[in-house]
Design a protein around this ligand. Structure first.
Ligand SMILES: Cc1ncc(COP(=O)(O)O)c(C=O)c1O
Length: 381
């Protein structure tokens, strides 16, 4: 039986040629491809600056440090995300506070965030990390208004959403991570995501100051900027405690050819999503699409009552559906720490029913028809 995964990379000859050609060049890391990938990615999402990193988790870590997060601070995020969105807060010793999700879009609910902020004294929280979950853009304009009212920063976890956008009140298109309303955008290039680098990530921002901080800590906190004339060409200084969070040149070469295909890939993902919606409309609940939003569709999620039974049945038919996600606040690690303020019942209810169906550019119509048939075979049967 042919197995159909829930997500899959799309590697063609152009990707292979690009990687091979970089492997044959003088640079395996920190060569021209890193800069080229950064420039092209920034242009693609409409941000001023981009910083390539070795994965999005490292990128989230650099982001919270650039925004001066430290022990004892508090940041709000969604429980329906991959653990990394919350873990980056903990890396600094700061506290993670979860707010609830909207039951229809599955995105962090701004009203729940507002309620949480207003239930605490002024200055209690430092920032918010909304996630463009499943590829659906968060309305960052609304979050910016709330954040400005309470002097908070925003990191947009756009790992699921390169190519997704929402239209703001000025009728302008805002691609996820364009930095118009958020301080830093974070993308992942893990193979199940839109752009596959093996491992990899990108940070985007419109702030030169944040860009400089991200670049500095990506490479050990080392700079040559303070060189004096007579110090010699080898001279550098370490002025911050940084890391090695660099992306290699051959991964960047792959990222560039992957990026070229992303627009078409997102269009194909939307075609697949439309076919699922047509098949399920009025019968099975799926993620809502707010007016003016374009979902990049990393995932296509439905809600069903007998979720475990459907999961087991589809796996038995070779359809390798997945669950996104176990609510992060229910993990033993977070339960043991126990910061909580908000009612998270929407997130918990969502988790009891959600299941992600296969969606990726090379999924064929025949495979999709088979998946839909199997879902109905189970639900009708
Ligand atoms: C929403 C979200 N944030 C962050 C990450 C971390 O990405 P990476 O695997 O590149 O570190 C992921 C990866 O699954 C993710 O889905």
């Amino acid at each position: 039986m042919k197995k159909i995964p829930y997500g899959r990379q799309n590697i063609d000859q152009s990707d292979i040629d690009a990687v091979v050609s970089t492997l044959q060049s003088d640079y395996l890391t920190q060569g021209p491809k890193v800069k080229e990938f950064e420039t092209k990615f920034a242009e693609y999402v409409g941000a001023k600056y981009a910083v390539a990193v070795n994965n999005a988790t490292a990128g989230l870590h650099l982001s919270v440090l650039a925004l001066n997060l430290s022990k004892g601070d508090r940041v709000i995020t969604t429980p329906i995300t991959f653990a990394a969105s919350a873990n980056c807060i903990r890396y600094t010793g700061a506290e993670v506070w979860f707010a609830d999700i909207d039951p229809n879009t599955y995105l962090l609910d701004i009203d729940s965030v507002k309620e949480l902020i207003e239930s605490k004294p002024k200055g209690y929280f430092k920032g918010i990390i909304p996630v463009d979950f499943a590829g659906l853009p968060v309305n960052m304009e609304k979050f910016r208004v709330l954040a400005d009212t309470h002097k908070l920063w925003i990191i947009e976890d756009a790992c699921h959403a390169p190519g997704g956008y929402f239209i703001d009140t000025k009728a302008e298109k805002n691609f996820c991570g364009n930095g118009k309303y958020s301080d830093i955008g974070v993308f992942s290039f893990h193979p199940v995501k839109h752009i596959a680098c093996g491992e990899g990530g990108m940070l985007t921002t419109n702030s030169k100051e944040l860009y400089n901080k991200l670049i500095l800590r990506r490479t050990h906190g080392i700079t040559k900027d303070n060189m004096l004339e007579n110090q010699g060409g080898w001279y550098y200084e370490m002025i911050e405690l940084g890391f090695n969070y660099r992306l290699t040149d051959f991964q960047s070469a792959l990222g560039i050819t992957q990026l070229v295909k992303n627009k078409k890939g997102v269009e194909r993902r939307n075609e697949i999503s439309s076919a699922y919606k047509k098949a399920f409309e009025g019968k099975i609940k799926f993620q809502a699409l707010p007016t003016g939003s374009y979902n990049a569709h990393h995932l296509f999620i439905i809600e069903v009552d007998k979720r475990k039974e459907l999961y087991d049945f589809l796996h038995s038919q070779g359809v390798l559906v997945q669950i996104h996600y176990i609510p992060v606040h229910t993990f033993p690690y977070y339960k043991n720490i126990g910061y909580s303020g908000a009612d998270l019942s929407n997130a918990e209810k969502y988790y009891s029913k959600c299941i992600s169906l296969p969606i990726y550019p090379t999924l064929s119509n025949e495979e999709q028809n088979f998946i839909i048939e199997q879902v109905y075979r189970f639900t009708n049967g």
